[in-house]
Ligand binder design. Sequence first.
Ligand code: UGA
Length: 451
Amino acid sequence: MKLTVIGCGYLGATHAACMAELGHDVVGIDVDPRKIERLQDGDVPFFEPGLSDILRRNLDAGRLRFTTDQLAAADHGSVHFIGVGTPQEARGHRADLSHVHAAVDTLVPTLRGKHVLIGKSTVPVGTCEELSQRISYLTAPGADIELAWSPEFLREGFAVEDSLAPDRLVLGTGRLVDDPQAPQTETLAGEVIRDIYREVLETGVPLIETDWATAELVKVSANAFLATKISFINAMSELCEIAGADIGTLADAMGHDPRIGRRFLNAGLGFGGGCLPKDIRALTARADEMGAPRAVGFLREVDAINMRRRSAAAELVAETIGGEVLGRNVAVLGAAFKPESDDVRDSPALAVASRLALDGASVTVFDPQAMENSRRLQPSLGYAASAREACDRADVVVITTEWAEFVHMSPDELSPVVRHKRIVDARRCLDAQAWRAAGWDYRALGGPVAA
Ligand code: UGA
């Protein structure tokens, strides 16, 4: 099938490459010429394992190309995905839909004949309803445009796997406002999605077909649930710290109950990134607008618990070196919001590093992939070329992102480098016994670690 993908950021570029990998003829469109140039050269502008192989293979096969030409969509085909970003508003907690609006406003008037627009971006409930009015207004005479929403559930670091072998596909359809009385018939979008994902659906992946509002809400509910799970275990870790109980063992024991499950129960520095934090805030803001502030009022607490982890980490670092970080050398290992990513948006790691620097510490950061993004966001922090260099004469080492290279670091090799053998494991990812055996003062965020 001939497909266009509008927006070639993290979501759109991955989606375009994966659609081509499924055998479709794909054009990716973005307003940023630098991004398009890099993608067209086979160079992924962010770190995502496995993506560059797929990108290059499909560019070479002629199934994929990228352009800034906004008119290319109308010329290319009749199925258009919208994968632009919906970040948190600069002032406020709502999702900023300006890129979605711009994509629709640019695309729709250029279309003639029958077209299907399928949104992938994470949007507040009610967006399709609102967009349908916009589309009706912008549609050229004689054109027929169907709007559907198929939210994306991919995780950074597993984007290719999650796109080609998703847990589920969701498709929300509705009818455009100019024909509200029209009977609900089989939509073209349903047929289109089944064709596009034929190979994937044949493996047994469920396709959940529903209305616009449910599809919009599935995505934000899933992220809100994951955020709640993480904050729940972090709240328990606050109690474990006081009680001297071990949160890791508690999570393991809870996780054996299949109704609960062990995944997303890792206590530590909490969640960050471009999705979970902004999605719980946008959902809270949307519920307020809908007149149902109490429905998800608990998400404010989920957010507050999560933000408390960052201050708790900075306080534990200070406590480890005797109460004051002023003038001390602190090595911060990790800047990305999670391993296998170079994303530093709302990164708990960088938040801790900045807080320690504000408190007067001399902070040196190292991350295997996120150095460039960190420098851009926090230029005043110190940066090192390796973990070892960051730890040079450190009074304390802090693990803020659980990259494998930090998890497997040898305490004996690091011992001669640092000034004091003190380590704060804010992600609870190290082998506490090994570090203690090598003479290190090992402390974990969230209370004691079982022997
Ligand atoms: C998240 C969702 O997991 C995806 O399903 C969703 O599609 C995506 O947002 C999105 O909306 O686009 P992602 O932001 O890539 O994916 O990251 P996660 O793997 O969910 O991790 C989020 C944060 O939670 C990270 O900072 C991670 O360190 C933290 N986390 C995760 C914990 O603190 N504890 C855990 O047990 C698990």
